[in-house]
Write a protein that binds this ligand. Structure first.
Ligand SMILES: Cc1cc2nc3c(=O)[nH]c(=O)nc-3n(C[C@H](O)[C@H](O)[C@H](O)COP(=O)(O)OP(=O)(O)OC[C@H]3O[C@@H](n4cnc5c(N)ncnc54)[C@H](O)[C@@H]3O)c2cc1C
Length: 241
C-alpha cells in the first residue's frame, strides 16, 4: 500500500503526425498527384496547411494522427471521468483478474495533504481499513480468484489507483484538452490532461499549436461559472513550448 504518483507517457504516435495531417489537408484542395503532394508537404510549412483546414472546421483530417498514452498512479475517480470520452480506446487494469490481497496503491488528494501530516496519515489509515475489509470479503468469497475479487472490490475506494492505456486521435484529443485542461475540470484529470498536452505538442507542434482550454482563443464557455484566470491559463500554456 503506497501513495500513488501520476505518471503519463506518450507511448506511441502516428509517425510524423503533422506531415500526415498536412498531407490530408493539402490533398483535399489540390490537383497534384500523391508524389508531388508529399514532396510539397515535406518541404513547406505544414502549420499553414493544418491551420487552414482547422479554421474552416474541416477537422476530419486531424483524425489521421493517433496517440497512445500509458498512464499510472491515477484514481478510479479519474477513470470514471476519462472513460466518458467515447471516441477513445482503453485498456485498464482489472479489479476482477488482479487481486488486491497484497494491498493497493491510492491517490491522496492534495487538499487532504495540505491539511497536514496527521490528516494525511488519517487518510492512509482509512485506506488500510478498506484493504482489511477487502481481504475479509475476498476470504469469505473463496480466496484470491476472479469470482471473489469481483465482489470484494465493492469496498475499495475511488482513491484506489489504476493503470491504463488510452488511444485517441488528434481531433478527440483537441476536444479532450478543451474540456479537461480547463480550470473547471477536476484537479486530477486536469493535471493529466496538461501533461498529455505537453507531450502532444512535442510530438506534433503544428497540430496542437492552439490546443488547450477554450479561453486560450476566445471567451470562456462556462459563463458565470468561469474561473476568471484566463491570464494564468495562457501563461501556463506558453510555458509548454
Ligand atoms: C467540467 C466538467 C463537468 C462535468 N460534470 C458532469 C456531471 O456532473 N455529470 C455527468 O454525467 N457528466 C459530467 N461531465 C462529463 C461530460 O458531460 C461529458 O460526458 C464528457 O466531458 C465527455 O464529453 P463529450 O461527450 O463531449 O466527449 P466524447 O465522448 O469524447 O465525444 C466527443 C464528441 O463526439 C461527439 N459524440 C460522441 N458521441 C456522440 C453521440 N452518441 N451522439 C452524438 N455526438 C456524439 C460529440 O460532438 C462529442 O462532443 C463533466 C465534464 C466536465 C468537463
Amino acid at each position: 500500500m503506497a501513495k500513488a504518483e501520476l505518471k503519463v507517457m506518450l507511448l506511441r504516435a502516428t509517425p510524423d503526425p503533422d506531415e500526415v495531417v498536412a498531407l490530408g489537408a493539402r490533398l483535399c484542395y489540390a490537383q497534384a498527384d500523391l508524389d508531388t503532394l508529399r514532396e510539397r508537404v515535406e518541404t513547406r510549412d505544414q502549420q499553414k496547411y493544418i491551420s487552414g483546414v482547422m479554421e474552416r472546421g474541416h477537422l476530419s483530417v486531424t483524425e489521421h494522427a493517433s496517440f497512445t498514452f500509458a498512464v499510472e498512479g491515477v484514481s478510479r475517480a479519474l477513470l470514471a471521468q476519462l472513460t466518458r470520452h467515447r471516441i477513445a480506446s482503453f485498456s485498464v487494469q482489472s479489479q476482477r483478474y488482479v487481486s488486491m490481497a497484497d494491498g493497493f496503491d491510492f491517490v491522496v488528494p492534495p487538499s487532504i495533504s495540505a491539511l497536514g501530516e496527521e490528516e494525511e496519515a488519517e487518510f492512509i489509515r482509512q485506506m488500510n481499513t478498506m484493504h482489511a475489509w477487502y481481504c475479509q470479503w475476498q476470504e469469505k468469497l473463496g480466496g484470491a480468484k476472479e469470482k471473489a475479487n469481483e465482489d470484494a472490490r465493492f469496498v475499495l475506494p475511488n482513491a484506489a489507483a489504476t493503470r491504463l492505456l488510452v488511444t485517441m486521435n488528434a481531433r478527440e484529443l483537441m476536444h479532450f484538452f478543451e474540456l479537461r485542461c480547463c480550470n473547471r475540470a477536476q484537479w486530477e484529470i486536469r493535471e493529466m490532461a496538461w501533461q498529455m498536452l505537453a507531450q502532444c505538442r512535442k510530438a506534433a507542434p503544428a497540430l496542437f499549436a492552439k490546443a488547450g482550454p477554450a479561453c486560450l482563443s476566445g471567451p470562456c464557455p462556462e459563463g458565470k461559472a468561469a474561473c476568471g484566470k484566463a491570464k494564468e491559463v495562457k501563461e501556463r500554456h506558453a510555458m509548454l513550448l
